[in-house]
Ligand binder design. Structure first.
Ligand SMILES: Nc1ncnc2c1ncn2[C@@H]1O[C@H](COP(=O)(O)OP(=O)(O)OP(=O)(O)O)[C@@H](O)[C@H]1O
Ligand SMILES: [Mg+2]
Length: 206
């Protein structure tokens, strides 16, 4: 019997939105899907979290939920890389508030075109949004803000305290129309390999 498996050569692009909670990542992702000329997927970490059995998750203790969240995030990174390797363009919405999350993404998204977008918003506005939303732990955005941009390198930056989600999406679209240069993700990966944080044998989806 002849077995035929998928073997397309196209690799998708990843637009990676990183910012603190309430900075406006998911809102930009929605606008990007509308303004981009080709059909992108919207894969947010909150969407992946929402796929897990809610009642069983609520029964978990503190250590157990921590463990589950590590597996969820690691699975999310690999799911995104898998989609792009199968030729799909993806908008990723994530919070890089722990160093391992970025290192893991640099490893599993190796060989893919990743456009890293810094989503900024001033603390006062973040606090206002957090309070208005009412479904987020108060202070979460402030804690994340101190860590989430620590790597200090982006391809594009947006300030949602100043720009609408639509304007941010259009700025990202403009960036994509420019000739491709070295991406922030590639520089960060080189930096991590040089520092020994990432071994050359750890690159690619494992
Ligand atoms: N550019 C903007 N201007 C004004 N308000 C905004 C803007 N972007 C988002 N908001 C508002 O901020 C809140 C949070 O937005 P959003 O859900 O997109 O943030 P997020 O970064 O995805 O947050 P989380 O990490 O918690 O999922 C929403 O109430 C949204 O309406
Ligand atoms: Mg979100």
């Amino acid at each position: 019997m002849l077995l035929v498996i998928f073997s397309g050569s196209r690799k998708g692009r990843i637009i990676f939105l990183n910012g603190a909670s309430s900075s406006g990542k998911s809102s930009i992702a929605v606008q990007l899907l509308s303004v981009l000329d080709t059909p992108y997927f919207n894969m947010g970490v909150d969407v992946i979290n929402g796929l897990r059995a809610k009642e069983r998750t609520l029964e978990l203790g503190e250590d157990e939920i921590r463990e589950v969240l590590v597996h969820t995030r690691a699975g999310f990174h690999r799911a995104v890389a898998g989609m792009a390797h199968a030729g799909n363009d993806v908008v990723v919405d994530h919070v890089l508030s722990e160093p391992w999350r970025l290192i893991d993404c640099l490893a599993v998204m190796s060989g893919l075109d990743v456009v890293l977008v810094g989503v900024y918003c001033d603390l006062e506005e973040l606090r206002r949004r957090e309070n208005a939303r009412g479904d987020r732990e108060i202070g979460q955005a402030e804690r994340q803000l101190a860590k989430v941009h620590a790597h200090g390198l982006y391809d594009v930056e947006c300030d949602t305290g100043v720009l609408s989600s639509r304007a941010c999406a259009l700025r990202i679209k403009d960036f994509l129309a420019r000739p491709a240069g070295t991406r922030a993700f590639d520089r960060l990966r080189e930096r991590a390999v040089a520092a020994g944080t990432l071994g050359p044998d750890q690159l690619g989806v494992k």
